[in-house]
Design a protein around this ligand. Structure first.
Ligand SMILES: [Zn+2]
Length: 531
């Protein structure tokens, strides 16, 4: 007797091998049998003729650290077929969270609504306590978490904007090691954001040695995604070579027209490193726009020390003028996304203090407020240094295609975890990245097989966090499944109207339980924390 029998689907098992027709039996949370014409008795038999039966997708790059606590259901990801998400990316994690550093760590999370920012909401201290809080949220999907290097640095160095000394690096390493004991699957860096941007390569070498020894993952938002992208990739590859750490480059991209095309060289450098024995992969999302905080457009010196310091600088005439001058410079030692993308191609995604500006470009905002775009930008930051998000139309479609189709690239959302709510203009990747990648294969935009695209959403990302019992459909593995008719998949969100879940996913199974049943969310919360 099995729990559910999916009968007559096209099974694409996640390994990349050709799909085949067959049945999948699920019992006690695992895949009990995969075969053609299973005769077992079942509590429920579901005819999935005409549907693809795939392992549930694994989103290696999520920023839903807080979202999962608010929206444990994870509707935006479930409706795309995701059954596991990895939070704690880009150097930002909500744990560990010692009381003395909590405010400064939380302030880095634009997805924490203002009304929730109070200390009482953040009552965990250790990584293990955070994971327990997540587990108690009632999870629609599985969650794994990286510890953020920026978080560790804030704890150890407070607001000091400088390289760490040996004792400080040692303390960060010790804290990280404890997080690994507590269940973290790796460490992430965000090397364009303070305080990560203050880290030297040698600091990273020390941390990576421990990550390698513990067999965890090093996921990195590299030091530049624009003019010095290739140098930044080299630094990540150097860490792999020097320490043996498994490296994962987050959301690989080349921002700004003058850098378009560089992803080809970046991918070639990764392939070469692999041929020399380095274990490196990347992820990417199928959109030519990126998204980050408005504050991330500023030179790192302006934002170092956090929101309070930024506000103080903006209030001081000399510092404000210096920021404006730096933003107009074309050659800078940091990623000047304002100058390389331009105000016409930067739009306001979320602006809690002035929601009426959401969806408008900085150029539009400038005309509306009758001031130059940079002054408008600085005024918005003065009002709200941490809550404003922007969408940057910064990449070439050809580059996106190359990254998304490359065999070393896993598909990711780089988004929040949520339920459609008020009409913010968040990047549509939050609701549509996985669906869009599949639709891209269906419609011929992405010249790879469906089996290969599904491998890049399942076994590839699962293997990066050493999640050995998920990411493929095989007897005995956890029953995480995404079942859909390829023809019916539809990414309903767009840049203008992004707050809509994707449609067409028919059934999603997490740990053997139906969380999406004939396109309807169920009440089941079978998700687990993956350690
Ligand atoms: Zn990032």
């Amino acid at each position: 007797m099995v729990d559910i029998l999916f009968r007559g689907g096209q099974i694409i098992d996640g390994t990349g091998k050709p799909g085949f027709r067959g049945d999948v039996a699920v019992a006690d949370g695992v895949v009990a049998l995969v075969a053609d014409g299973i005769r077992a008795r079942a509590d429920r038999i579901v005819d999935v003729d005409g549907c693809i039966v795939s392992p549930g997708f694994v989103d290696l790059h999520s920023h839903g650290d807080y979202g999962i606590l608010r929206f444990g259901h994870a509707e935006n990801l479930l409706q795309q077929g995701c059954t596991t998400a990895v939070v704690g990316n880009c150097g930002l994690s909500l744990a560990p969270l010692p009381v003395a550093s909590a405010a400064s760590i939380v302030s880095q999370f634009p997805f924490v609504p203002r009304e929730d920012r109070g200390a009482s909401r953040f009552h965990w201290t250790t990584f293990g306590e955070y994971l327990a809080e997540v587990a108690a949220a009632g999870l629609g999907m599985n969650i794994a978490a990286l510890v953020g290097h920026g978080t560790l640095r804030r704890i150890v160095m407070r607001s000091d904007a400088r390289p760490a000394d040996d004792a400080e690096v040692e303390e960060m390493t010790r804290l990280m090691d404890v997080c690994f004991d507590d269940g973290s699957v790796g460490m992430s860096t965000g090397l364009i954001y303070p305080p990560g941007s203050d880290a030297t390569t040698s600091e990273l070498v020390t941390l990576c040695r421990t990550i390698a020894r513990r067999e965890k993952l090093y996921a990195t938002h590299v030091r530049s995604e624009a003019d010095r992208l290739l140098e930044a990739i080299d630094e990540a590859l150097f860490l792999a070579k020097e320490t043996g750490v498994r490296v994962h480059i987050s959301h690989l991209k080349a921002a700004g027209i003058s850098n378009w095309g560089k992803v080809t060289e970046a991918l070639a450098a990764m392939e070469q490193a692999r041929s020399r024995g380095c274990d490196v992969t990347c992820d990417g999302y199928p959109y030519s726009a990126g998204s980050t905080t408005l504050a991330a457009l500023l030179p790192p010196w302006a934002t170092s020390g956090g929101a309070h310091s930024l506000r103080a600088r903006l209030a001081e005439q000399g510092a404000r003028a210096q920021i404006a001058e730096d933003l107009l410079r074309e050659q800078t030692a940091w990623d000047n996304l304002y100058s390389c993308v331009g105000p016409k191609s930067i739009s306001i995604a979320m602006c809690p203090t002035r929601p009426e500006l959401e969806g408008q470009s900085l150029d539009d905002v400038s005309r509306r407020l009758l001031m130059p775009p940079i002054e408008a930008l600085l005024d918005l930051l003065m009002e709200d240094p941490e809550g404003v998000l922007v969408v940057l139309h910064e990449m070439a479609e050809d580059d996106v295609k190359k990254v998304v189709c490359h065999p070393l690239c896993a598909i990711c959302s780089d988004g929040d975890i949520r339920t459609p709510s008020r009409d913010e203009r968040l990047h549509p990747r939050t609701y549509g990245a996985f669906t869009r990648a599949l639709v891209g294969v269906r419609d011929g935009d992405y010249p790879i097989s469906l089996e290969e695209m599904i491998r890049k959403m399942t076994s590839l990302p699962a293997s990066r966090i050493r999640m050995r019992n998920r990411g493929a459909i095989q007897q005995g593995m956890s029953a995480d499944l995404a079942i859909f008719s390829l023809e019916e998949l539809h990414e309903r969100c767009s840049y203008d109207s992004p707050n809509q879940c994707a449609s067409g996913m028919r059934f999603v199974v997490v740990n053997g339980q139906m969380v999406l049943d004939d396109e309807e969310l169920t009440e089941a919360r079978p998700g687990r924390v993956i350690r």
